[in-house]
Design a protein around this ligand. Structure first.
Ligand code: GLN
Length: 494
């Protein structure tokens, strides 16, 4: 077998079980691809020896007939996940040199299932951003380029390294996290699949916290089937996370029948934004037609509080972030500033935080502490919490009226050029317009590649499901994937 790094999880799993390949061969193929892809800036800490050691162990397990689906599958892990003994920095200077003594529950579950970690993946600092440009490691790059252009494009953010690595076949799949769109937007920008599970499906334990009431881990993969396989391995109850749900995780792959006859798909009118490129509008319409042709009923719906979602998110997320990031003080983790004679503990905190955090993180901490301050708490934070409840109720109402899932564009544009939006934070925040509602309401959402724009760049559609019904959501996504028949790959230039 050649080009083993290009396989999907399902293909590799089947080949491993039939003895047609080995995890060591798969891992070596990915490691070689990673070595040749420095220009993408996707992997920021490589762990080749550890990977080969785990691959050998996986091969032994498979030979002994003990082969869970993820056994022997080489994956990349976002730098936000704490991985035992391996640098885990959340792409921040303040966590420089931090090697956790423990493994996050999600990466630990993958490890226990036999998955092979190739290394850690680039991301926006503390997962704050939509372009992977706030990373201390420098930006990751999208393997896609416009047909007639040579400009480097963003792979999206914050899980930009994960998306770039999966799209460029540096690994078979990767973990991501999604607080306001960070799995789905980069997936849409790179022609890959990104699943954000229901809040509480994946344990948050050991994942560096950004906004705890919104954060959720999920798989970033080449296909919907792979999202079903890897998602299942990442989910499950964890007593170490009090918001983790004690619910059984079904066999999602077995639910992929592609049969969506009689399902009701909602098309929310509020997602038709002014100035939305015609191509996105067209793709959205085509997506609805595809689902209709597969036997679903398409229904126009209204989610009236959608327009408040971005401002609500950009109050709640910074508020929680400012609290979560208070622990980075130069004492407990990572970087500490050099002090001058006479400096006391206050100077140590101040200098360390001034040096350790990048501009976007500082902006969020300042916004967060402001909206939580005694004088403004009711006007901002409390108001945002109330609006959040209304946004959730919009979804509850349409689900109660019989809607099974909701189809929207995943992003308001295709991947944009690196450097283009970084100077204007509000421009950058607008990227999340279709995704933040899902986090505010705690729902599962998935981005599926559905077409190319006029310049040959991938575009994604988003499906939003009922809480805990990832199986049904994945099956609808599978039907969409089959109908869209997206097979394009980026032309290799790196
Ligand atoms: N782009 C959004 C933000 O900057 C979402 C990030 C995320 O989902 N982690 O907050």
């Amino acid at each position: 077998m050649t080009d083993l790094n290009k396989l999907t999880i399902a293909e590799a799993r089947d080949a491993l079980r039939k003895g047609e390949t080995t995890s060591v061969a798969l891992t070596e193929s990915c490691l070689a691809a990673i070595d040749g892809a420095g220009a993408l800036g996707a992997f920021v800490h490589r762990t080749p020896e550890l990977a080969l050691e785990r691959a050998r162990a996986a091969d032994a397990r498979i030979a002994a007939g003990d082969a869970p689906d993820m056994c022997g599958i080489p994956v990349g892990i976002k730098d936000l996940f704490c991985t035992e003994g391996v640098n885990s920095q959340a792409a921040s200077r303040i966590l420089e040199g931090f090697k956790p003594e423990y493994e996050s529950t999600v990466s630990g579950q993958l490890k226990d299932a036999g998955a092979v970690m190739l290394g850690k993946l680039n991301m926006d600092e503390f997962a704050m951003g939509s372009s992977n440009e706030t990373s201390v490691y420098g930006n990751a790059v999208n393997p896609w380029k416009a047909r007639n252009g040579d400009e480097l494009l963003t792979p999206g953010g914050s899980s930009g390294g994960s998306a770039s690595a999966v799209a460029a076949d540096l690994c078979l799949a990767a973990t991501g996290t999604d607080t306001g769109g960070s799995i789905r937007q980069p997936a849409a920008f790179t022609g890959t699949v990104g699943l954000k599970p229901t809040y509480g499906r994946c344990s948050r334990w050991g994942i560096v916290a950004f906004a705890s009431s919104l954060d959720q881990a999920g798989p970033m993969t080449k296909t919907v089937r792979d999202a079903a396989i890897m998602g299942r391995a990442m989910m499950g109850h964890d007593p170490k996370d009090s918001t983790s749900a004690d619910l059984a995780v079904p066999d999602f792959e077995a639910m992929l029948t592609g049969d969506i006859r009689g399902k009701v798909i909602g098309i929310p009118k509020e997602y038709r934004m002014d100035g939305m490129p015609e191509e996105i509008e067209k793709l959205w319409h085509q997506g609805a037609e595809m689902l209709k042709d597969a036997g679903a009923e398409i229904r126009d719906i209204s989610l009236p509080h959608t327009k408040y979602a971005l401002p609500t998110y950009y109050v709640i997320a910074p508020a929680e972030a400012s609290s979560n990031l208070a622990r980075y003080d130069g004492v407990r983790f990572g970087h500490r500033a050099k002090l001058s004679q006479g400096d006391g503990i206050t100077e140590m905190y101040e200098k360390t935080r001034a040096e350790g955090f990048g501009a976007e993180v500082k902006r969020r901490v300042m916004v967060g502490t402001y909206v939580l301050s005694a004088g403004f708490y009711d006007a901002y934070y409390n108001r945002a919490r109330k609006v959040r409840a209304l946004i959730k109720k919009d979804f509850d109402d349409v689900f109660a009226a019989g809607v099974d899932s909701i189809l929207t564009p995943a992003t308001p544009s295709a991947a944009f050029a690196l450097g283009k939006e970084v100077s204007d934070p509000v421009e950058m925040y607008l990227n999340d317009v279709f995704t933040v509602t899902v986090n505010l309401a705690g729902l599962p959402g998935i981005a599926v590649p559905a077409g190319l724009d006029a310049s040959g760049l991938p575009l994604g559609l988003q499906l939003i499901g009922r809480p805990w019904e990832e199986g049904d959501l994945l099956n609808t996504a599978y039907a969409l994937e089959n109908a869209a028949g997206f097979v394009a790959k980026p032309a290799k230039w790196w």
